[in-house]
Design a protein around this ligand. Sequence first.
Ligand SMILES: [Zn+2]
Length: 145
Amino acid sequence: MVQIDLPYILDFYPQESEEQTQIHKFFTNLKSGKLTTTKCTKCGTVLWQPRIVCRECLSDELEWIDLPTTGKLYAFTQVNAGAAITLEKDVPFCIGVVELDDVGIKILSRIDNAKYEDLDFDMPVKMKVVENEDGRVMYRFEPVK
Ligand SMILES: [Zn+2]
């Protein structure tokens, strides 16, 4: 198999190491199965996606908090064409907006292990962690069976 190094801008997955991003802890936590984000210790705003500065009060005093790994499907569709360059081989696949239980945060995610016809609004879903060949990780959601 030929390994092609993609230019950074064409790489679908974010760089995850401490040298490359100040939210590297998100990926470290994800590797252990935890979905986390940052919360402002000044004004209490829970930020999604995780950030290093609060969008409400501009404080950089943030703490890491755990988020639920379960939720309900708020919206969904099927990707038939035009997928990101590393995902073309997976077409067709489903993506959706998941509203996390308890916190109400909405997360855009790939939806695995279901066909479009199987999906429905408010369907319970749970997070799974997918690891790339190079060790980087990303979350996806799948229906609760
Ligand atoms: Zn704040």
